[in-house]
Each structure stands twice: as structure tokens, then as C-alpha cells.
Design a binder for this molecule. Structure first.
Ligand code: FAD
Length: 266
């Protein structure tokens, strides 16, 4: 049994966000981090590995510096990593990205007992489309928003966390699950792992490795294969500093009512 985890390297938007004159993110000038939800997916995979002894493989599509992130994942306990990278893949929107990652997973090999884990969404693109689209392209069932995963043979019982409750779904492998932060607390890299990760081999899948896959042709990848066009992007004006109300519950409520009344909001 293998657990294949899709992981995206994203700009650290908690720091200074650099924006190009055309409104796109200036990724080159920003620090990068592992997409937070993907760390929860990795932790879920490593927890299953701890209990069941399976193999964990991380996939990322991105430029060559994404190697650093993959080494970090190996230091956490991931067994193998696959860097999917090619100039032809640049400019891909979510449709093309999921096309390429699905082709990479299929080329690597997805067995009957295997599970694909993804984060719910990436903090830069924020679409939450890539995981479900990969499942569609691999023709496997998908369960999104997983806050708990239990495994019994080929049956997984997933607790989906919704805004106003939860839903429990049973699904058979092979399947794809998208993970949210409520699922677990990601572990740190181990000291031994930090040393070993630089000795471990890393698989690279370039355009030549994937070009004969049925999901890949010039019309389905890269900028040309991307049906999404950015019509307009802009940086929203910064919000003003918030106001803190102090005092007892009654005092703060009275102040709030008075402020809202003055502004003719109530
Ligand atoms: P989500 O769907 O929110 O991510 C969900 C999950 O999918 C993640 O948690 C992760 O598990 C998985 N996932 C998503 N992306 C990857 C990945 N790359 N590798 C592994 N797993 C992943 N972005 C660029 O970086 N370079 C470009 O040149 C570029 N060009 C674009 C051109 C257009 C016209 C458009 C519309 C977008 C472009 N983007 C580009 C953005 C890019 O399409 C998205 O960042 C990417 O498709 C993932 O979408 P998302 O961030 O919304 O991920």
C-alpha cells in the first residue's frame, strides 16, 4: 500500500507580499513555505505509515528550487519524493496543473490499495480545485474536507467537517482525500531525518517522462492548455486599524450600540 501526497510550495503570505505591476504575485522575491493544508495531508500519511507500515510518496509540480521542500518532507519521514518540473508546464492553471499531476501519479503507479492525499486548498491560488480535479482525471472517488480518517482494509471512514456539522463517508481505495487543518498537528523534521534527507534519491519527472501519457499534450498543459485567463487582478486597499472596546460586557455592548447608532448603521 502506498500513500501519494500532493504538496505545493507556496509564497509565505504572512510576510510582505510582493506584487508585480500587472497584479500577479512576484513569487521570486518572496520566501516560500510548504502549503499548510499539505502538511496536514503529510501528517495523516505518516500516521497511517506509523500504524500500518505503508510507503509515503510526495509529489510536487513546481520549479527546481521546490527540491528544498521535498528534502524537508523526507526529513519528516516521507519515503520518496517526485519533482514534476518542465518549462512546458509553466503558466498552467488549475485544470492543466491537475492534468499534469494526475499523469505523474498514474505514471508512478496507483495500485488498488493506494490512497492519494491532497490539501484542501493552497494559500496562494486558494481555489481548492486541484485535488478534486486530480481524482476526476484518475477516475477514482474523492472525499473532501477530511477532519478524521480511519482505515479498515480497503475501506476508509472519513469525517468531513462542514460549516454547520459533519458528515461521515465510507470510501474504497484507490481514492483521493483532501485534508484540512483540523485533521492533526503536523510533526517536525527529525534530527536524523535532516541528515539523511540529503542522501535520499529524488525522482524527477520532466516533460519527456510524461509527454506520451494520454492526459498530456500541448493543448492540455502550460499556458496554452489553460482555459482560465486572468481578466483583472488588483491589490485591495488596506483596512484601517480596528477599534478595541474595553470594559464589562454591558459597557462594551453600550459603546458598540452607540458607535453603530452614530454611524447610522442601526
Ligand atoms: P488548490 O486547488 O487550492 O490546491 C489544493 C491542493 O492541490 C493543494 O493543497 C495541494 O495538495 C495540491 N496542489 C495544488 N497545486 C499543486 C502543485 N503545483 N503541486 C503539487 N500539489 C499541488 N502558478 C504558478 O506557480 N506558475 C505559473 O506560471 C502560473 N500560471 C498561471 C496561469 C493562469 C492563467 C492561472 C489562472 C493560474 C496560474 N498559476 C500559476 C496558478 C496555478 O494555476 C495554481 O496555483 C495551481 O494550479 C494550483 O491551484 P491552487 O493554488 O488554487 O491550488
Amino acid at each position: 500500500m502506498k500513500i501519494l501526497v500532493t504538496v505545493k510550495q507556496v509564497p509565505d503570505t504572512s510576510g510582505k507580499v510582493a506584487v508585480n505591476p500587472d497584479g500577479t504575485l512576484n513569487r521570486a522575491s518572496m520566501q516560500t513555505i510548504i502549503n499548510p493544508d499539505d502538511l496536514n495531508a503529510i501528517e495523516a500519511a505518516l500516521t497511517l505509515k506509523d500504524h500500518l507500515g505503508c510507503q509515503v510518496v510526495a509529489f510536487t509540480m513546481g520549479p527546481p528550487p521546490a527540491e528544498d521542500m521535498l528534502r524537508e518532507l523526507m526529513a519528516m519521514g516521507v519515503d520518496e519524493t517526485v519533482l514534476v518540473t518542465a518549462r512546458e508546464f509553466g503558466g498552467s492553471d488549475t485544470y492543466a496543473t491537475s492534468q499534469i499531476i494526475a499523469a505523474a501519479i498514474d505514471t508512478y503507479g496507483l495500485g488498488e490499495e493506494d490512497i492519494v492525499l491532497a490539501g484542501r486548498q493552497a494559500i496562494d491560488g486558494d481555489t481548492a480545485q486541484v485535488g478534486p480535479q486530480i481524482a476526476e482525471k484518475l477516475h477514482i472517488p474523492q472525499v473532501t474536507y477530511a477532519g478524521e480518517i480511519k482505515k479498515d482494509g480497503r475501506t476508509l471512514t472519513i469525517k468531513r467537517i462542514l460549516e454547520d456539522g459533519y458528515m461521515t463517508i465510507k470510501v474504497q481505495t484507490p481514492c483521493l482525500i483532501t485534508c484540512i487543518k483540523e485533521l492533526n498537528t503536523p510533526r517536525y523534521m527529525s534530527v536524523l531525518g535532516t541528515e539523511e534527507c540529503y542522501e535520499m534519491p529524488m525522482h524527477v519527472m520532466d516533460y519527456n517522462a510524461l509527454k506520451d501519457h494520454p492526459l498530456i499534450d500541448a493543448t492540455t498543459i502550460g499556458l496554452k492548455g489553460s482555459p482560465t485567463n486572468i481578466y483583472k487582478s488588483f491589490t485591495p486597499p488596506q483596512k484601517g486599524v480596528g477599534m478595541m472596546l474595553e470594559g464589562s460586557g454591558k459597557e462594551t455592548t453600550d459603546k458598540l450600540v452607540s458607535i453603530l447608532t452614530d454611524k447610522h448603521i442601526i
